[in-house]
Design a protein around this ligand. Structure first.
Ligand code: FES
Length: 159
């Protein structure tokens, strides 16, 4: 039985003509799997390896070389909430903001809420310094975040 959907496997295969060799598709494939499943299960590693004619260990080596792929025990939530902590945001209270998010969500940075809805993370400059302190909600910027706005954002993401 196949673990990855045919659609996802076809999307991985569609990358093959764009790269010089199959191995080069390893990272895009891992990202696609993580985007869809919120982590990269071992079964998915084996199936990516099959598609790319690699050993599963080669795919797993690539996956674990980078810090951004999650495994079964630490799946991403539906929403990734990134709190910027670089200079402009830091000067405008990013450390306190991150602590506030952490307190309200009940998870440390890197953690995922028990309902699986939100993963709290910190980021370096996310390119919106004019709106410091700011966060990324998946791919969307939210600017000038106060504690009150943080709580409204959490309520929206949990609804
Ligand atoms: S320092 Fe936070 S967006 Fe640039």
């Amino acid at each position: 039985m196949s673990f990855l959907s045919e659609d996802l496997k076809n999307r991985i295969r569609a990358y093959l003509p764009r790269y010089p060799n199959k191995q080069a598709v390893t990272l895009p494939a891992l990202h696609m799997v993580q985007d869809e499943l919120r982590h990269v299960p071992r079964e998915a590693v084996r199936e990516i390896a099959d598609i790319l004619d690699l050993a599963p260990a080669e795919v797993y080596d690539t996956m674990t070389f980078y810090g951004f792929f999650r495994e079964d025990h630490n799946k991403l939530g539906k929403t990734r909430l990134w709190v910027c902590r670089s200079l402009a945001c830091n000067l405008r209270g990013a450390d306190d903001l991150l602590a506030h998010f952490s307190d309200k969500l009940g998870v440390p940075p890197g953690g995922t809420t028990a309902d699986g809805k939100i993963t709290l993370e910190f980021a370096e400059c996310i390119g919106a310094c004019e709106g410091a302190p700011c966060v990324l909600v998946n791919d969307e910027h939210e600017l000038n975040i106060t504690n009150e706005k943080a709580e409204q954002l959490i309520a929206k993401l949990r609804s």
